[in-house]
Ligand binder design. Structure first.
Ligand code: URA
Length: 435
């Protein structure tokens, strides 16, 4: 087998066999396939597609290009993946709540991408927390605590790590086949028995239309199932931020308020129980998703999820008393400014991508790989769609490192909202379930 022939066949629309895709993925991991060959492969897949069988074969091959965890545990190994949004800190609630219900959650997560926040960046707002751990530590914390939210290391799906970097610089990220294989190869390498996908749709998501979100959700579900993992997906709303905060420490505050019952964010709660309900049903820990949702809710209400979250934080280098002392432990920004509405009315639309980019502009996200993040900056008290606002009722609070950065963010945030005269209903949180 050789890359030139595989690429030439792909270019002509001939689908590669599972053996050829395995050979290619192994070559990506070992270096036997060159950058030029990988770039040509990615472009050919973008243009010709792989078909369902090819997508499953590429996912399996990239998963198997590195270490694949296996487990011998008294409960099912489950996980969730979100396609990314604004104020989406569900993973921080869901992983410990699932663990409290008897599941094991080795959650290999990502950092911020474009305008969207990243789970690891949020957790690293907690002083001392380090997500870059090896596989042995991931295994030990998952076994002992029940959940571990960590970064992918070089041993997990190395073929994807290499192909993703090449796609990023060759204009070949936007392919449903490649996105599917990329996301799932990393997730399935954690040895999952069940997976739920939270596919976001709307102004703050990568998928702006239901059509795009449905296509991705169907591809992810059928491919994960084809690769042997029980999977469902929820298509969920991102026409407004999920939490009322966007920014790393500010989102951890909302997580802790919800986990400790200090001030429960309804959207965060509802989505966490819905996604968790799906997973408990897949893992046999609940009769169905509704029963599962009730169990997840009780694990949060009863404080067990908060306790497990605290244990995980301590194991990954954070303060041992984080759950008791989180208000003193999280960093805060020196400048806080209100974003006043131009006129009185009701919030009609929110440009979520613009809000996410305002957070990046404040230093809360990266403009390029390796940029350092300021964990304290971002937005809080973001008004939701349908909310009544007026010049003396702010659209949001900006948390910034400097006055100049605050001023730029205030203008960007104000421009992201449109205000109408009519009362508008809050959009539904969950648009569709795909199984
Ligand atoms: N996230 C991934 O991990 N891979 C993609 O291709 C896109 C988003």
């Amino acid at each position: 087998m050789d890359a030139r022939t595989i690429n030439a066949h792909l270019r002509l629309g001939r689908r590669p066999s599972a053996e050829e895709l395995k050979w290619f993925a192994d070559g990506l991991a070992s270096g036997a396939v060159t950058d030029a060959q990988a770039g040509a492969f990615a472009m050919a897949v973008c243009l010709q597609g792989l078909g369902e069988e090819g997508r499953v074969a590429l996912t399996r091959a990239m998963r198997d290009s590195g270490e694949v965890l296996d487990w011998d545990l008294p409960g099912p190994v489950l996980d969730k993946h979100s396609t990314g949004g604004i104020g989406d800190c569900v993973s921080l609630l869901l992983a410990p709540a699932l663990a409290a219900c008897g599941a094991y959650v080795p959650m290999i997560s990502g950092r911020g991408l474009g305008h969207t926040g990243g789970t690891l960046d949020k957790l690293e707002a907690i002083p001392g927390f380090r997500a870059d751990v090896g596989t042995e530590r991931l295994r030990k914390i998952t076994e002992e605590v029940g959940c571990a939210i960590v970064a992918a290391n070089a041993d997990i799906a190395p073929a994807d790590r290499r192909l993703y970097a090449i796609r990023d610089v060759s204009g070949t990220v936007e392919s449903i086949d490649l996105i599917t294989a990329s996301i799932l190869s990393k997730k399935l390498a954690a040895g999952l028995e069940g997976l739920v996908l939270d596919v976001k749709v709307g102004s703050g998501a990568f998928m702006k239309t239901m059509e795009e979100a449905e296509a991705l959700a169907r591809s992810l579900v059928s491919t994960a199932q084809g690769a042997g993992c029980m999977t469902t997906a929820l298509i969920t709303d991102m026409s407004q931020p999920l939490a009322t905060a966007a920014g790393n420490a500010l989102e951890v505050i909302e997580v802790m308020e919800t986990l400790t019952g200090t001030s429960v964010n309804a959207a965060l709660w509802d989505l966490t129980v819905a996604l968790g309900g799906e997973l408990l049903a897949l893992g046999g820990l609940a009769a169905d998703p509704v029963d599962g949702a009730g169990r997840i809710g009780r694990a949060m209400e009863g404080g067990q999820a908060a306790e497990i979250f605290g244990d995980m934080v301590a194991e990954l280098g954070g303060p041992v008393d984080f759950v008791e002392r989180w208000p003193d432990r999280l960093p805060s920004a020196p400048v806080v400014r209100e974003v006043a509405a131009d006129n009185e009315g009701f919030v009609a639309t929110i440009d979520g991508e613009a809000l996410g980019l305002a957070v990046v502009g404040l230093g809360g996200g990266r403009l390029k790989g390796g940029d350092k993040i300021n964990p304290s900056v971002g937005l809080s008290e973001i008004a939701g769609i349908g909310e009544h606002v007026a010049p003396d009722m702010p659209l949001a609070l900006v948390h910034a490192a400097t006055e100049a950065e605050a001023e730029a963010a205030v203008a960007a945030v104000r421009a992201a909202f449109t205000i109408g005269e009519d009362v508008i209903a809050d959009p539904p949180l969950i648009h569709e379930r795909i199984a």
